[in-house]
Design a protein around this ligand. Structure first.
Ligand code: ADP
Length: 650
């Protein structure tokens, strides 16, 4: 009666496995709940030892004996651990063990009640893994170490195997691998060595995941799959020995870029991955990818800093960093040497870019700082610094912003004292040489004039024609020497202007009349030329016009016209000279007004010294005007210059 009641009670506990054993652990009752949980029928287990449903580790550790001892001592034993089902799969069960007494109170065996907690155990494992992984990921910037640590937490929490592959310079490199059986790590490494994975091998799951950026999930790996994946008989044997059962490969993606893949494998533990495991793998991979990206950014920032430091300390050029106000925050010895200050000066007193800049360079510095703010960097410009001893040093500087928010910038400074000295000697030479040439040439010109008159008296026409040709060349030489002398005058700040008031229309008119006979090909047209009174050096402005017109003729050998225009706008008159010639490359446009600059491409086809525009520009700016050019290669150029109009002539 008592037995029957107990049996009915046990059967009614459907969700639970309830079974009894004798004192030696041999099973003597097995309810339907046990069958459902462990898939053994009553027939399978009656008379068999309970170790049948234990894991090999628990059998080795004599877990059943420990449980029974606890039950005997405290009236019940409690445990939570893996058990093995008939098909070999593991289930996580919580269980209670009670001693089983007969009516006389003698212990006859044990009753065990078990509940399947695999699902919650797996969830708990995933959570533990995710939290451990998060801790690891935020703990170090050495990503190889980090990934290795993650692989070792993944095993055994969620997988028996975990490996991480990173794409490095087009090569796939296995940077971390963990296995529940450490011996097999060696195998895995060996396998990779023997069968390296390369990006073109689309039979590799890792390659596919890296190429597509999408996870691959194989809930149950079959032997046929291994056969397909293997590359040789040896390889297949190795794959079979590894006993893959269930595999997830998830991509490591950061900022839209696939950095590699993480592989999770179930082999020994006789369970299969589910969709929730895939979600978890993707979550960890996303976090790991971020950690890799951070580590790589940190590494490259460190490398850059190192490169910059080596450059900064090399002192090949002067380098300093400054804030928005121009206060110098740091400077290398190279810069301090240029400005004649010491490190102590830098620390003790406030060095500032503006106080180190002489007044005459403040304007160009301001322009450069505006460019720095809008463009992020400046075009190199020439300036001078006031040294500690009050003298001035010529330099070329260029700056770039390093922090837009605070306006912190870095400036590179090159001392050009030596270059300037050479330039000065060259200028002096040009000045002396042109002077020395001018004196005999003036005498030659005088004698030729006397000769011309003598020949006229003699009526020798052929000789007169030859002398007149000589005169043309003497004039050309004279104008070249005059130009060279002008350059020296400009350099020495000695170019003088003799101002007068005149009608600009007359200047253009006379200019056209003088130059038109030099070209039979070109028609020089004055389109809408107005009468306008100007105050300036007529002779010098004529020089500008003649220079622009002779260039227009020279650089448009195939064209047939040149157009001059004037335009008045309140207190400014703008003159333009348009030709339809060879044009000027874009990159040369801003260099055209520099001394001795000639466009490489055209220099060999046209003779010249490259100083006409330099002198013209200087003359115009001395009059308070501006000069510029617009041009398209092969289509022609238009040179413009402006002159101010005095209010009384407006
Ligand atoms: P030069 O003509 O003696 O070389 P310039 O100072 O007058 O010297 O001109 C400088 C350079 O500018 C020239 O060498 C030429 O390359 C270019 N250049 C000047 N004017 C023109 C033009 N109208 N068309 C094309 N190139 C020009």
């Amino acid at each position: 009666m008592h037995d029957e009641f107990f049996k009915q009670l046990v059967e009614s506990l459907e969700g639970y496995a309830v079974f009894t054993t004798d004192l030696d652990g041999n099973i003597n009752s097995w309810n339907s709940g046990s069958e459902r949980l462990l898939e053994y029928t009553e027939k399978d287990v009656i008379g068999k030892n309970v170790s049948l449903i234990f894991t090999t580790e628990d059998v080795k550790n004599k877990a059943d004996k420990k449980e029974q001892a606890a039950a005997l001592k405290h009236g019940q034993g409690r445990d939570e651990r893996w058990h093995v089902k008939k098909n070999g799969d593991r289930i996580w069960c919580s269980g209670l063990v009670f001693p089983l007494k007969d009516q006389a109170g003698t212990i006859q065996g044990f009753t065990k009640v078990m509940r399947d907690l695999t699902l919650s155990k797996r969830t708990e494992d995933r959570l533990t893994f995710l939290s451990e992984a998060s801790k690891i990921l935020s703990s170090s910037l050495n990503y190889q170490k980090t990934l290795n640590a993650i692989a070792h937490v993944a095993v055994p929490h969620i997988a028996d195997w975990c490996a991480v592959d990173i794409l490095d310079d087009g090569e796939i490199e296995q940077v971390a691998v963990a296995h529940i059986d450490p011996k097999k790590v060696k195998w895995a490494k060996e396998l990779r060595k023997r069968e390296p994975v390369n990006l073109s091998d689309s039979s590799s799951g890792i390659v596919r995941v890296i190429n597509t950026g999408k996870s691959e999930f194989y809930p149950l790996v079959t032997d046929e799959m291994l056969v397909v994946a293997s590359k040789s008989k040896k390889h297949l044997k190795l794959l079979r020995d590894l006993r893959f059962k269930s595999v997830i490969i998830s991509p490591l993606i950061a900022a839209g870029k696939t950095l590699g893949a993480m592989t999770f494998v179930v082999a020994e533990s006789n369970r299969l991955f589910t969709k929730s495991d895939v979600n978890m793998a993707e979550e960890v991979s996303n976090r790991a990818a971020l950690a890799i990206q951070n580590a790589q950014l940190y590494k490259s920032a460190q490398e850059n800093e190192h490169k910059f430091k080596s450059f900064f300390n090399s002192n090949i050029v002067g380098v300093f960093t400054a804030d928005k106000n121009g206060d110098i925050l740091d400077a290398n010895d190279g810069y301090l040497r240029i400005i004649g200050y010491t490190k102590e000066d830098l620390q003790n007193r406030k060095l500032n870019r503006w106080t180190l800049t002489p007044l005459e360079h403040v304007e160009s510095d301001k322009k450069a700082m505006d460019e720095l703010e809008t463009e992020g960097s400046t075009t190199p410009w020439e300036k001078e610094y006031v040294k500690k001893d009050g003298s001035q040093v010529p330099v070329i500087v260029a700056a770039t912003l390093i922090d837009k928010k605070f306006g912190t910038n870095i400036t590179i400074v090159l001392d050009i004292t030596e270059r300037k000295r050479l330039e000065q000697r060259k200028d002096e030479f040009i000045g002396i040489a042109s002077h020395e040439l001018k004196t005999p040439l003036t005498s030659i010109k005088g004698y030729v004039q006397i000769l011309e008159r003598t020949l006229e008296d003699l009526g020798n026409d052929k000789a007169i024609m030859l002398v007149s040709k000589t005169n043309t060349y003497i004039n050309r030489m004279n104008s070249l020497i005059a130009d060279l002398l002008d350059v020296s005058k400009i350099q020495a700040g000695k170019l003088q202007l003799n101002n007068e008031v005149f009608d600009f229309y007359d200047l253009i008119h006379d200019g056209i009349e003088a130059i038109q006979p030099t070209s039979t090909r070109h028609k020089i047209i004055c389109d809408n030329c107005i009468h306008q009174k100007i105050e300036g050096d007529k002779h010098r402005l004529e020089q500008v016009l003649m220079n622009l017109l002779s260039n227009a003729i020279k650089y448009s050998p195939k064209a047939d016209k040149i157009v001059i225009k004037t335009q008045k706008n309140k207190d400014i008159i703008t003159i333009s000279i348009r030709d339809y010639g060879v044009g000027i490359p874009k990159k040369s446009l801003d260099k055209l007004f520099q001394r001795f600059y000639r466009v490489d491409k055209t220099a060999k086809d046209f003779s010249g010294l490259g100083i006409g525009l330099y002198i013209s520009c200087e003359i115009v700016s001395r009059h308070g005007g501006k000069m510029w050019v617009e041009s398209k290669e092969g289509k022609g150029s238009t040179f413009f210059f402006t002159l101010p109009i005095l209010p009384k002539y407006e």
